[in-house]
Design a protein around this ligand. Structure first.
Ligand code: BES
Ligand code: MN
Ligand code: ZN
Length: 492
């Protein structure tokens, strides 16, 4: 994939396809200086009046010999009322439709999408993201490998004056989409391949590519740290747990780091509290929090962001076994708090709480954990928004705004102290489940007990990290949200 800025006038360009926006009244954007020959050709097509009328719809037509072999009409109701979300949808529709045709070079006149809300950089950013995101092909293990065919050169045609903004839009869009694609790849891998060790090797590779530092702690080292809660989850599995650390130190020495903690359960069978069989394969996606952390590290590496960022990943499998942790077992977390494990399927919080305690040593500016934590979150918000929990209004607001800006939506949930007593245990400091009511909130309440020493937010991505059904696959969310959050920190 190649993205370029062309500041020649449209009449000097040629391409396999040109993208043209058409409004409700069948008019093209008036400021485009198309040659008369092309204009006549387009008018003939438009006059037939059979281009779809739905906003965001795409129609492709062939043209007579000329600079552009095809035209891709996209319907916008009104240029003035287009917003970023509408533009991203439209861009995604365009690249979906390109999968079935042969187009290498794409001409994209930027001006037709500009209005008060959308500037040139945003157009470049959203189209770049959409092109890479939509061209993602699952790195499948099918034996008849098909060669990848979605390899475009996109020429953004715009005024020279806007070149800096467009170049930055392309750069950030590309970095974010490539981070997302890494997250999708890791999520989609089968759990017999994507093990804790595999994730650790990925962290090492990213560290090597972007001059970061990565450290992997072995079971012995994790024991030394007294992460009794994390280790209890790993007990039922034959694969070794790993505690993965990856550090990007490109900020001032004196500036405190942002710590990202990702749930890295490479397979969640439920353990002794075994899950039902239906769709259990999807629990390979229970490491999508970890994959998000690695995806964001890749993005910030590509952008070389001047920040200090630490990624922490407690990675293991949750399996049933003769030696597995049992309902009723009491374990001691790294913080010293004792936990009564009433359900071994509530394992995410058990691995995260020790990683959150470990995060204290960085004296962090913020700590954000990302986890496919609860089925209850899917019941509450469905598949459109990730859930944000935080006691800090400022941090919650920053995350929601980053989600809005990147069109990777999040919604705030309450974390009030009234919910805390649901976690009371007769035998230990805290129980690992709070009953049926408010399941995603009590899970967040559990984590909150380990995050008193810094500003913290929890993002539950159980509903947003992957799609089920015929379209099964990881989404790469919320890499875009978190990258936007960190990019914004560099602009302050
Ligand atoms: N990984 C699951 C959460 C999950 C389930 C995410 C389905 C996406 C889809 C988590 O470890 C889990 O099993 N949570 C339990 C908690 C319960 C036992 C309190 C759940 O949600 O059922
Ligand atoms: Mn579970
Ligand atoms: Zn889980």
């Amino acid at each position: 994939m190649k993205f370029q800025l062309k500041s020649d006038s449209i009449s000097k360009l040629s391409a396999d396809i040109i993208i043209l926006a058409i409004n409700k009244s069948n008019e093209l954007c008036s400021s485009l200086s198309l040659s008369k020959f092309i204009q006549d050709d387009l008018n003939l097509i438009i006059k037939l009046d059979d281009l779809s009328k739905d906003a965001g719809s795409v129609n492709i037509a062939h043209m007579h010999d000329g600079a552009f072999k095809r035209v891709c009409f996209v319907r916008i109701q009104k240029q003035d009322s287009l917003d970023e979300e509408g533009l991203l949808k439209l861009a995604k529709n365009i690249f979906k439709s390109f999968k079935s045709i042969k187009c290498g070079t794409i001409a994209l006149p930027v001006s037709q999408f500009i209005n008060k809300k959308i500037n040139e950089g945003t157009v470049a950013n959203l189209f770049t993201k959409a092109a890479i995101d939509e061209s993602y092909e699952i790195n499948s293990l099918k034996s008849d490998k098909k060669a990848s065919k979605n390899n475009y050169q996109i020429n953004f045609q715009a005024n020279k004056l806007d070149s800096n903004s467009i170049k930055l839009g392309i750069k950030e869009g590309q970095a974010i989409a490539e981070g997302m694609n890494l997250t999708k790849d890791l999520g989609n891998l089968p759990p017999n391949i994507c093990t804790p060790t595999y994730l650790a090797n990925q962290a090492k590779e990213i560290a090597k590519d972007f001059k970061m530092k990565s450290t992997t702690l072995s079971q012995k080292q994790i024991e030394k740290l007294k992460m009794g809660s994390f280790l209890s989850v790993a007990k039922g599995s034959r694969v070794e747990p790993k505690f993965i650390i990856i550090e990007h130190k490109k900020g001032k020495k004196s500036s405190k780091p942002h710590v990202l903690v990702g749930k890295g359960i490479t397979f969640d069978s439920g353990g002794i509290s075994l899950k039902p069989g239906a769709a259990m394969d999807e629990m390979k996606y229970d490491m999508c929090g970890a994959a998000t952390v690695l995806g964001v590290m890749k993005t910030i590496g590509l952008l070389n962001l001047p920040l200090n960022v630490v990624g922490l990943i407690p990675a293991c499998e949750n399996m049933p076994d003769g030696l597995a942790v049992k309902p009723g077992d009491i374990v001691t977390s790294m913080s010293g708090q004792t936990i009564e494990i009433l359900n071994t399927d509530a394992e995410g919080r058990l691995v995260l709480c020790d990683a959150l305690t470990y995060a204290e040593r960085y004296k962090p500016e913020t700590v954000i954990d990302i986890a496919t934590l609860t089925g209850a979150c899917v019941i509450a918000l469905g598949h459109h928004a990730s859930a944000v929990f935080s006691k800090s209004d400022d941090l919650a607001k920053d995350l929601l705004e980053a989600g809005k800006k990147s069109i990777d939506k999040a919604w705030r949930m309450p974390l009030w102290d009234e919910y805390q007593p649901l976690l009371n245990s007769n035998f230990a400091d805290i129980a690992n489940i709070g009953g049926r009511a408010a399941g995603s909130i009590t899970a967040a309440c559990f984590l909150s007990r380990f995050t008193k020493k810094y500003s913290w937010a929890h993002i539950d991505i159980a509903g947003t990290a992957w799609n089920s059904g015929s379209n099964k696959g990881a989404t790469g969310r919320p890499v875009s949200l978190l990258s936007q959050f960190l990019i914004h920190k560099t602009k302050k």
